[in-house]
Design a protein around this ligand. Sequence first.
Ligand code: NDP
Ligand code: NHF
Length: 320
Amino acid sequence: MPSFAPTVTLNNGQKMPVLGLGTWLSREGEAVSAVKAAIDAGYRHIDTAYLYANEQEVGQAIREKIAEGVIKREDVFVTTKLWNTYHEPRHVEEAFNRSLANLDIGYIDLYLMHWPTSSKFIGWAAPDPDSPVAPEFTEVDIVDTYRAMEKLLKTGKVKGIGVSNFNSEQVARIVNECNVLPVTNQVECNPNLNQRKLTEFCKQWNITITAYSPLGRPNYYEKDPINMPKPALDDPRVLKIGKKYGKSPGQVILRYLVDISTIPVPKSANLDRLRQNIDIFDFKLTPEEIAIMDGFNTGVRTVPFAVWAPHKYFPFAAEF
Ligand SMILES: NC(=O)C1=CN([C@@H]2O[C@H](COP(=O)(O)OP(=O)(O)OC[C@H]3O[C@@H](n4cnc5c(N)ncnc54)[C@H](OP(=O)(O)O)[C@@H]3O)[C@@H](O)[C@H]2O)C=CC1
Ligand SMILES: O=C1CO[C@H](CO)[C@@H](O)[C@@H]1O
């Protein structure tokens, strides 16, 4: 039985399911099967990026599910992102058109500025998603890039625009200096970094928080568990809450993120975990349980993006 996520109405009127499928590191065939399985499981919101080098596979999976009659194009909300090397306003439209062509699903629901940090244009070859580093920083103003993104809306090929990895000051600049409000700010958000302050701040303009790395990237830390953000998925406090509802620790964490008004996009390419991650809409945490989950917040990042720290627009020096 598929499970469906309810939708939230964004500040531009679009409706976005409050849980989506992440796809970073889903590729080489894996992304097609993961996205198809996710659609069968009830997912109607998919998160990708030019950086992930899997837009073509994400698009193929969606087209196949449309051809099978499982969904119509308008049933699924697809987000992709402008990579850092394309921030110069003269590159934005071409970068967008490349994502649009890769996906080949007619239009894109949401286009995000992936990071506020620009780097030198090094051609159109897809960047290596495993090492988007060795950047030669440039100082393209986020406002200039965002204004170029606003122009895309006129084409009708993208329905909404937004930002990612922006701190509160950077969000405020976009709000004050641009014409179109971002519909979301996609940032790392998990119990270890619950983004309560940024969520409250963005709420003033009905800018949602999309929660990336919602589970804290568990497998990423296998070789280095000491750096694994807490709570670990086997934390007894999380297990205890899960036991009460008959849910796994991953489900408790995702439900917590929905309960604190964020929109998690967990990645899984495993059928059981895919299904589990969206099967969270038949329970709700109590205020006491939310307080327990809040207690895990340390503010330490899983994705510190440290190599970009000297960049003029590095977002993580601000308090939030
Ligand atoms: N805007 C940005 O800068 C960023 C955006 N993102 C987006 O957010 C998405 C999610 O973040 P991501 O960094 O992938 O990390 P997640 O927190 O989603 O963790 C993904 C990992 O968790 C495993 N997993 C999934 N479900 C469960 C579960 N229920 N129990 C135990 N393990 C589980 C997955 O393995 P398996 O596949 O084997 O299930 C995978 O290894 C990305 O895929 C991407 O779309 C991520 C980082 C930065
Ligand atoms: O979206 C992303 C996936 O993870 C990468 C590595 O941590 C990030 O750089 C990137 O922003």
